[in-house]
Structures are given as C-alpha cells and as structure tokens.
Design a binder for this molecule. Structure first.
Ligand code: NDP
Ligand code: 2IT
Length: 461
C-alpha cells in the first residue's frame, strides 16, 4: 500500500503529489492534528525540491522522515504532598538520528500528547540540522502540570520520570533539555536521578547549572538567538531593531531573554503575556521592569497580571493575546497555534513589518499565508528559535572537552550560528526574480538536505 508516491506516473501535478503524500500521513496519523500541521508545512516546500533533484527523488525519504525511529511511553507514579498517589504519562519521541544523537527538550504541561511531541520532534530534526551542529532530533515530556506544585512535588515527579527515562537516553544516544515547564530547577532534579542510577557524571542533559556542567548563555540563548535572527532579517531590508516597538507573547524563558536582547539592541518591548492574558506597558518594559518579571515568574512563580500592581501605568488584558497592540515587530514566544489568521490581519493592519517565532509553530498556517502574501519578514521557529538547541550543542561540546568557554565566546558562536542559519534560508528561500526571502521554504529545504544526504549515505536502516 505504501507505494512510492512521487514516482507514480499518473500523478503529474505537484499539488497532487503533495496531496497524495499528506493523505498517506493522515491515514497513518489521522488524529494527530499538530503533527500533521507540522508535516504539511514541510511537505509543501520540500516535495517540489525532492521532485526536482534526482538524488532524493524516488527514495521515499520524506516518508521515512515522518516516521519516528522509536517512541517510548511510560507510567510515572509519584506521591503528592497530601500523600495521594498520582499517575502521569511520560514520553520520549526519538525521531531521527541520521546526523547525530537524538536531541531536544522535555515539556511538562497538561496539554502534552503524542501529537504535540511528534510535531515538536519533527520540527527539531530540521532545526538541529540548521544549527550546523551534529545533532539528531527528539522530544519528550509529560502531561504533568507543574503549576501550583511545591518544590518537593516537582522533585519527586522529576525523579520518578527519570527512573524510567534513564534506560533510553545517554550522552551519545539521546540528550534531553528544557522546554515549557522544564527549566533549571527540573533539569537539576532529572540530572541528579540519572547520575545516581547510572553512577556516571556525563553531559546527558543540557541546560545544567553552571557549577555542574552547564554552559554560560544557555538560559539566554533561545530568546537572544531569536532577536539576533530578527535583526539579520531587518538588516536584509536595510533596517534594524533601533527605535522599533516590539510585542512579545509569553513571559517564560524565551520571552524574557527575547525582551532583554530587544532592549539591548534599542527596541522598545511593550507587551508580555501568559495563559491568563497580556500586559501592555506603553512606556516600555525596561531592564529593571524585566528584572521584576524574572523574579515574579522564575522565583515566585506568579502570574503576569501582577505586573500592573507593581507598575500601575501598565494595563492587563485578560484572556487575550497581544497581537491587537500596534507594533513594528512581533515575537511570539509562548506556545503553538497562538497566532491565528485574524491576529495576522490585525498585525498587518497596524503596520507590523517583521514576525520572528521564538516558540515552536506559534503561527497557524493561515497566519503564515497572510504574512507571505503581504511580503513582510517572517521567520519560522525552526530557524529563529534554533539558538537554544545550538547552545545546548555548545554545552555538549564543552562537556566532552571538560572545559568551559567564556560568556563572550559562547555568545559569539551563537551569533555566528544564527547568521549561518539566515544565510542558509537565503540560499534556499530567496526568489531570484522578486528578491523576497521565503524563510519557511529556505529553512525547510536547508534542514532537509543535510539529514537526507546522511540518510542516503547510511542506506535503508
Ligand atoms: P516556559 O515554560 O518558560 O514559558 C512558557 C510561557 O508560555 C509562559 O508564559 C506560559 O504561560 C506560556 N504558555 C504556555 N502554554 C501556553 C498556552 N497553552 N497558552 C498560552 N500561554 C501558554 O517555556 P519556554 O519559554 O521555554 O518555551 C516557550 C516556547 O518556546 C515553547 O513553544 C517552546 O517549545 C519554545 N522553545 C523553547 C526553547 C527553550 O530553550 N526553552 C527552545 C526553542 C523553542 P503560563 O505560565 O500561564 O503557562
Ligand atoms: O524546542 C527546542 O529547541 C528546545 N526546547 C531546546 C532543545 C534543546 O535540546 O536545547
């Protein structure tokens, strides 16, 4: 039944080839909406490239890439502070190891499902390939909700989670890291249990603390990298962040450091958000206000609405996203499908010229279509948020060398990597006639080529 779709002689039109491929993916993964969305975005740009290039054509290479090499699901039992036994589900999707060991974050959030993790793992394969570093793609996590849990509950959950995951990972096999709901605190607890069970101190996780194998700049890297990438896009239009009004969604790790770097480059950040709504501060969220947000979110684990208690000139808008606020640049840094077609309309109407994704797949397909139609600068997360995993790659290198680079050295490497990703997007995404850069096409094809070449070299395995 799984015939070679691209070689079927009676399928002439490109749209039909793409549709045929996607029908097959839907048939096998019909209920996984987010995974299918991520595959669609890649298939629409990569299939035409495959068909034009004989080395990839007829090898079912994309069909192989949408099937995870291995998926692990497991029970996570733990005891809460009241003595109640809780049962959660743990996952690790090991998507593709053609160019290096599986690498990608762990997400702890009640919305975690197989579809969410497969979409994230699939995106990760292309993203990691773009970083130029030797990392395959994976993703994992749990439907565990860290909100409202005590530090002891977080520790017990992380230990229970690792008491199964440790069998499936390793510094040369699979190297998890943080994502939504997993930051420095959780990586510490996970690392502690891994080290105890394996009796070895290795770089099996990234995002570690500075005194036990972490890398400088890793906490900042995703947000900083996103802003470095957006600055490159603006420069390609002879522009920069200087004087730009910037709206950011989210107020977690990625949003915080995207805001910090925007301020450093002379932009003015006027919004942040969480799942309860957004705050808008027309005076700008400067360095000291950002320090307040970091303490509120990372230490007190409070809600973004508390910002307006401290800074009454700002406003809190409940249950809405910040895309209705007039801006020059938008940086979605919260979660998938948080920026819809109607939000894109509002951003465009208000004169937004650049959207650079800090989150994974925050823009819906309809929103991306509108940005492309309006010919504004639009970067997909797999390119613009790759700075996080790239710096994880640099942490792995430092662990292997048993050596630490300085802050300036890591920052310089991060900037270079973001610049190289930008060049790769131009190479594969620039329309020679109009000069418009389709960063989605560029990132997808550039990411694909490296992984596909490795898969072809290694044969059918
Ligand atoms: P955090 O957990 O630190 O922060 C997540 C933020 O997004 C919080 O403000 C949270 O609000 C908000 N959020 C989460 N889920 C939802 C939702 N369903 N609806 C509305 N808001 C939501 O995570 P990160 O900052 O690390 O991750 C943010 C995004 O960036 C994710 O898409 C992640 O995959 C991506 N990313 C992260 C990288 C990293 O290195 N950390 C690397 C590359 C991409 P609340 O507190 O109310 O839940
Ligand atoms: O989506 C991502 O790239 C991450 N959550 C970071 C993964 C990593 O391995 O650093």
């Amino acid at each position: 039944m799984y015939f070679n779709i691209f070689n079927t002689p009676n399928i002439q039109k490109m749209e039909e080839k793409i549709k045929n491929f996607l029908d097959l993916v839907k048939e096998r993964n019909g209920h996984e909406a987010e995974f299918i969305q991520a595959v669609e975005e890649v298939a629409e740009t990569v299939i035409p490239y495959i068909v034009k290039h004989d080395i990839y054509h007829g090898k079912n290479i994309l069909l192989r890439m949408v099937e995870p090499e291995r998926v692990i699901t497991f029970r996570v039992n733990w005891v809460d502070d009241t003595g109640e036994i809780q049962v959660n589900r743990g996952y690790r999707v090991q998507m593709n190891s053609a160019i290096g060991p599986y690498k990608g974050g762990l997400r702890f959030h009640p919305t975690v499902t197989m579809s969410i993790l497969k979409f994230l793992a699939f995106e990760q394969v292309f993203k990691n390939s773009l970083t130029t570093l030797p990392m395959g793609g994976g993703k994992g996590g749990s439907d565990f909700d860290p909100k409202g849990k005590s530090d002891n509950e977080i520790m017990r959950f992380c230990h229970a989670f690792m008491s199964e995951l440790f069998r499936h990972i390793g510094p040369n096999t699979d190297i998890p890291a943080g994502d939504i709901g997993v930051g420095g605190r959780e990586i510490g607890f996970l690392f502690g249990m891994y080290k105890k069970l394996k009796n070895e101190f290795t770089g099996v996780l990234t995002g570690k603390g500075m005194t036990w194998g972490g890398s400088l700049i890793r906490p900042e890297a995703t947000g900083y990298g996103n802003v470095y990438f957006a600055e490159k896009m603006l420069q390609s239009n002879g522009d920069s962040f200087k004087g730009k009004t910037v709206v950011i969604s989210g107020s977690g790790n990625v949003a915080q450091y995207a805001a910090e770097k925007t301020n450093q480059l002379g932009g003015k950040v006027i919004t942040l958000s969480d799942s309860s709504g957004y705050i808008v501060d027309p005076d700008g969220i400067n360095e000291s206000k950002l320090a307040f947000v970091m303490e509120l979110k990372n230490i007190k684990r409070g809600r973004i609405s508390e910002y307006v208690v401290k800074y009454p000139s700002a406003k809190f808008v409940a249950n809405k996203t910040p895309w209705e606020v007039k801006c020059d640049v938008a940086l979605p840094c919260a979660t998938q499908n948080e920026l819809h077609g109607k939000d894109a309309d509002l951003l465009l109407k208000n004169g937004c010229i650049c959207v650079s994704e800090g989150a994974n797949m925050p823009s819906t397909k309809e929103a991306i279509y509108k940005f492309h139609k309006a010919k504004i600068l639009f970067a997909p997360g797999k390119a613009s948020n790759a700075g996080g995993v790239a710096t994880s790659g640099l942490e792995m290198t430092q662990n292997s060398l048993r050596y630490n680079w300085t802050r300036a050295e890591v920052d310089e490497k991060l900037k270079d990597i973001m610049s190289n990703i930008h060049d790769a997007c131009i190479k594969y995404g620039k329309d020679e006639k109009t000069g418009y850069i389709d960063y989605v096409k560029g990132a997808n094809i550039a990411g694909f080529v490296k992984v596909a070449d490795a898969m072809l070299a290694q044969g059918v395995v």
